[in-house]
Design a protein around this ligand. Structure first.
Ligand SMILES: [Mg+2]
Ligand SMILES: [Zn+2]
Length: 202
């Protein structure tokens, strides 16, 4: 499974919960097959939310379907350039992903890593020690929520990417499901997850 980066500084033996973050429409503005580094725009509140989660003891792991690679819409060099720019912008604000996995396949490739299949979660275990308790997948599509829910973590839908159409799909699929939450954006997702943690402790 392709791994874009793992932080050299990560103390790999320390078990922590993970926030698995989808990329497009969650961390950066969705540009539909984003392939130009100049189009990388981090969404409002994302840096602060990532810093807050990191301080609260979560690994930050990117999990991104990049079927544009498998479909020939852009090259691996384009993808690398986008990731380098995204990372540069995040690091400038003092935060970064602990690891970042991507699925380079087209749907017709029948791979095991394309969300909602759990390949990228399994791969995470090869690189980081993490606990499923307290871990969530956060994304802007039903497939992100499905990944988290089916893996027994939980899924949070944010509305900063695909928006309403996915909200309806998620509501329809899992009404009143405690492992599914819908919030406006990543900032609200992190605040909600941290509020659960506080509830558990009190
Ligand atoms: Mg997305
Ligand atoms: Zn794949």
């Amino acid at each position: 499974m392709p791994l874009w980066k793992i932080q050299a500084s990560a103390p790999v033996q320390e078990a922590r919960p993970v926030l698995f973050l989808d990329r497009d429409g969650v961390v950066n503005a969705d540009r539909h097959y984003l392939s130009d580094p100049q189009q990388v725009e981090i969404l409002p509140g994302v840096v602060e939310a990532m810093i807050k989660a990191r301080k609260s003891g979560y690994w930050l792991v990117g999990v991104s379907n990049q079927s544009g690679l498998g479909r020939g819409r852009f090259t691996l060099d384009d993808f690398q350039a986008v990731m380098t720019e995204l990372d540069r912008q995040l690091q400038r604000h003092g935060v970064s992903f602990d690891a970042f996995f991507y699925c380079p396949h087209a749907p017709s490739d029948d791979c095991s890593c394309r969300k909602p299949l759990p390949g990228m979660l399994q791969e995470t275990s090869e690189h980081l020690t993490w606990t499923s308790a307290g871990s969530w997948v956060i994304g802007d599509k039903k497939s992100d929520v499905s990944l988290g829910r089916d893996a027994g973590l939980g899924g949070v839908l944010v509305l900063t990417g695909y928006g309403e159409s996915q909200r309806l799909l998620v509501e329809e699929s899992w009404p009143e499901d405690p492992m599914v939450k819908i919030v406006p954006d990543l900032s609200a997702a992190v605040d909600w997850i941290l509020s659960l943690k506080t509830e558990e402790q009190t």
